[in-house]
Write a protein that binds this ligand. Structure first.
Ligand SMILES: *[C@@H]1O[C@H](CO)[C@@H](O)[C@H](O)[C@H]1NC(C)=O
Ligand SMILES: *[C@@H]1O[C@H](CO)[C@@H](O)[C@H](O)[C@H]1NC(C)=O
Ligand SMILES: *[C@@H]1O[C@H](CO)[C@@H](O)[C@H](O)[C@H]1NC(C)=O
Ligand SMILES: *[C@@H]1O[C@H](CO)[C@@H](O)[C@H](O)[C@H]1NC(C)=O
Ligand SMILES: *[C@@H]1O[C@H](CO)[C@@H](O)[C@H](O)[C@H]1NC(C)=O
Length: 454
């Protein structure tokens, strides 16, 4: 019951604030932007300039319908046999890594006790891969990343919506920081803190601190990279287990981009990573990220390429066909769809989302066309299409129970990205997504690889 009550609370909270959807709205020095969303840039470095000088041609996001039934997925079958006892872990934990490493009694920086629930993933068998943890409610997906000489292990939100990486620091006294683990000078002899401030404003939540660099190890891939050490956060981060955010967006932020760095240093031969996300209600968490390629065991059918157009401005975004319901469409225009593992739900312009919900019998909005109540017995999937291929999202993912006999659609009428859709975990749970930052002009262009997957 306690668990149910907590989830319900989270649901309500999420809906009220339109979910946690980090995206790179603004990056700047705290002295320059001091929380104002209207100010721009870092170091006078115009984002606009970065956008116009960068070539996004040939970069693509690839989507493949994920195997629906875990029993048909060879990797899962193997995993089930070898991980029968440890496959699902849903527990309240004190410190997720308690006992893994002795601490000096006299260390001046204390490690926080962490009491969040997490669902641990099956250990991947594919190389350069890491399991993706989640919070048990499909709201946030994160990796274990090791920092510094002590290999301090933190949960890092997997964020394809932004290029910035930061961790909660030991000097941060916000309640969110107090509730999480941290990384700072007491945890590593190689950590280099700079005098440079950073400040990031996400869709929900702000964070500020100083830039630093140190060794970072992700999926066994080790490099030295810069990242922020936060000394201030807003309360938004109290609601999720992660201790920081790992930016896997392509846009250049205040910090190094892990993918770009790994490619430059030859740790990876291609700037590709592939993601499958687990669903809490499934019996096993098979969430996994693979760097440098794809895990062929994770998908069925072909991979359909969709090129990232120039107007995506260095974000992972591809042209999207209009969503459909029960074979019906509302006659909406094709808009860009931002692919964001760091967002829980699906967002679209209120006008489009309103028109779409008119296709659903009984759907009604009580908050000016932002969220929509739908009948709880709605069982029809919603489909989204990319490159002419349709991907289905079942009702268990897009219809959320938010109260007794009260259900809401997880497709929200809120323009998280101007004039575009933003597809978060509600959609991504249903596809295997390949984020391909390399030029792929020699491969099948958008829409022509043929062969529909369901
Ligand atoms: C956090 O760091 C910034 C930049 O160094 C500083 O301006 C601010 O006062 C610090 N805040 C707290 C709460 O320590
Ligand atoms: C890390 O900091 C050192 C010392 O300030 C600097 O020489 C090095 O270039 C930095 N590395 C990265 C990846 O930022
Ligand atoms: C859908 O949204 C786009 C972008 O905001 C807008 O131009 C268009 O008029 C909308 N169409 C409908 C039918 O709501
Ligand atoms: C809906 O919009 C009206 C007019 O802008 C406003 O007065 C009202 O508070 C809004 N209602 C909700 C639930 O946001
Ligand atoms: C909500 O959508 C309906 C149907 O399109 C429209 O008539 C109404 O004016 C909208 N309400 C608001 C507050 O935008």
């Amino acid at each position: 019951m306690v668990g149910a009550a907590l989830l319900l609370q989270l649901t309500l909270w999420i809906v009220t604030v339109h979910a946690f959807y980090p995206w790179p709205e603004r990056v700047c020095h705290s002295s320059q932007c001091s929380g104002s969303k209207s100010e721009r840039d870092i170091n006078g470095d115009s984002r606009q300039t970065e956008r116009t000088t960068s070539t996004t041609e040939g970069i693509s996001v690839e989507l493949v319908q994920r195997a629906r039934n875990p029993n048909n997925d060879p990797s899962v079958t193997v995993a089930r046999d070898t991980n029968r006892d440890a496959a699902i872990r849903f527990a309240h934990i004190h410190s997720p890594l308690e006992g893994s490493r002795p601490r000096d009694e006299d260390t001046k920086l204390t490690r926080r006790e962490n009491t969040y629930s997490v669902v641990a993933p099956v250990t991947p068998t594919a190389t350069k891969s890491a399991g993706i943890f989640q919070d048990g409610a499909d709201y946030s997906y994160f990796l274990q990343v090791k920092y510094g000489t002590d290999e301090e292990t933190l949960y890092m939100l997997l964020d394809t919506g932004a290029g910035n990486t930061w961790v909660m620091g030991p000097t941060c006294k916000s309640k969110a920081c107090e509730m999480h683990n941290s990384f700072g000078p007491g945890d590593s002899t190689t950590l280099k803190q700079t005098e440079t401030d950073f400040s990031i404003i996400y869709g929900t939540g702000n964070v500020a601190g100083v830039l630093a660099n140190d060794t970072v190890s992700i999926a066994g891939l080790k490099t030295v990279m810069s990242f922020g050490i936060a000394n201030e956060t807003t309360s938004d981060f109290e609601h999720f287990p992660f201790d920081g955010i790992l930016g896997l967006g392509m846009s250049k932020g205040a910090t190094d981009n892990f993918l770009e760095l790994a490619k430059k240093e030859g740790i990876l031969t291609s700037s590709i990573f592939s993601v499958s996300l687990g669903r809490a209600s499934d019996w096993i968490n098979t969430g996994q990220i693979t760097f440098g390629g794809v895990d062929t065991a994770k998908y069925v059918g072909d991979i359909t390429y969709s090129s990232i157009p120039k107007e995506a401005n260095d974000d992972w975004a591809v042209p999207m066909g209009e969503p459909s319901y029960d074979g019906k469409k509302a006659g909406l225009p094709s808009l860009l769809g931002y692919i964001d593992t760091g967002s829980s739900f699906v967002f679209g312009p209120s006008s489009n989302v309103t028109a779409f919900h008119k296709l659903i019998t009984g759907a009604v909005s009580k908050d000016n066309n932002t969220s929509f109540e739908v009948p709880c017995d709605t069982k029809t999937p919603v489909t989204f299409s990319f490159g002419g291929v349709t991907y289905s999202v079942p009702s268990q993912d897009w219809v959320a129970e938010v109260g007794e006999n009260r259900c809401e659609s997880n497709i929200i009428g809120h323009e998280a990205m101007e004039g575009a859709w933003l597809l978060g975990d509600v959609f991504l749970k249903n596809v295997y997504t390949v984020f391909d930052g390399d030029h792929i002009s020699d491969r099948c262009p958008y829409g022509t690889s043929g062969g529909g997957r369901r």
